[in-house]
Design a protein around this ligand. Sequence first.
Ligand SMILES: C[S@@+](CC[C@H](N)C(=O)[O-])C[C@H]1O[C@@H](n2cnc3c(N)ncnc32)[C@H](O)[C@@H]1O
Length: 259
Amino acid sequence: MAATIHLRLQPPPTHRRRISWPRRLPVQCAEAHQAMFSRIAPVYDNLNDVLSLGQHRIWKRMSVSWSGAKEGSNVLDLCCGSGDLAFLLSEKVGPNGKVIGLDFSKEQLSVASSRQHSRPKACYYNIEWVEGNALELPFPDSYFDAVTMGYGLRNVINFHKAMEEMYRVLKPSSKVSILDFNKSTDTFSASIQEWMIDNVVVPAANSYGLAEEYKYLKSSIQEFLTGKELEKLALEVGFENSKHFEIGGGLMGNLVATR
Ligand SMILES: C[S@@+](CC[C@H](N)C(=O)[O-])C[C@H]1O[C@@H](n2cnc3c(N)ncnc32)[C@H](O)[C@@H]1O
């Protein structure tokens, strides 16, 4: 399928749930986040390589393999940004499968779309880019064979609602795989992570004129959930089982939950 960016912010009424979970942050923060991710879009990929010394590619591969996506699967990558996980999923599900990459930043999606066109792999045409909100997914219930989300959950304004939506659109027995920074309960690991953000991440981002944008990283990790809390959240919204894995020396974490 050719690359398309759809505006499908509102799902059909029958697919919407009317449970109102408490918001973690004020709504205006969602708009501020959207603007921030759009500003970062042009340099986001370069910065990821610099800041993780290329390691993020390994973590993303691990996350995709934990999702259980396979040849012919119909899969969703939420908060896809410039599309790293979507491209990996595309290779996994092949030309008979289908990948939807969803994000609320047009700028991120347009980087993703141009990467898709500049790459030679035929299977990348199984990817469709959708502009939408992870908290109100424009897809029917029990629609996907796997869902991934890389560095997205920490950034949405309502973790519970996002998880509930992932549960809703997954087919029974299918998995969600959620990669993000690990909010460690170990004070030593947490202080190393904070040191890295202050002394490596923010100065590197500063060279791209994005220091303020990356300062937000530290507070977003502080406000995020620990591995155990993520496991609990998944069970609360209905997943059958959930397991959080610490990776990257405990700096990152990946939640795998089965519907
Ligand atoms: C840190 S980036 C991660 C991008 C990509 N998944 C990766 O791992 O490289 C977070 C992305 O989440 C998107 N995002 C945040 N909140 C969202 C929401 N409520 N709905 C859709 N996208 C959202 C942002 O636009 C941004 O592209």
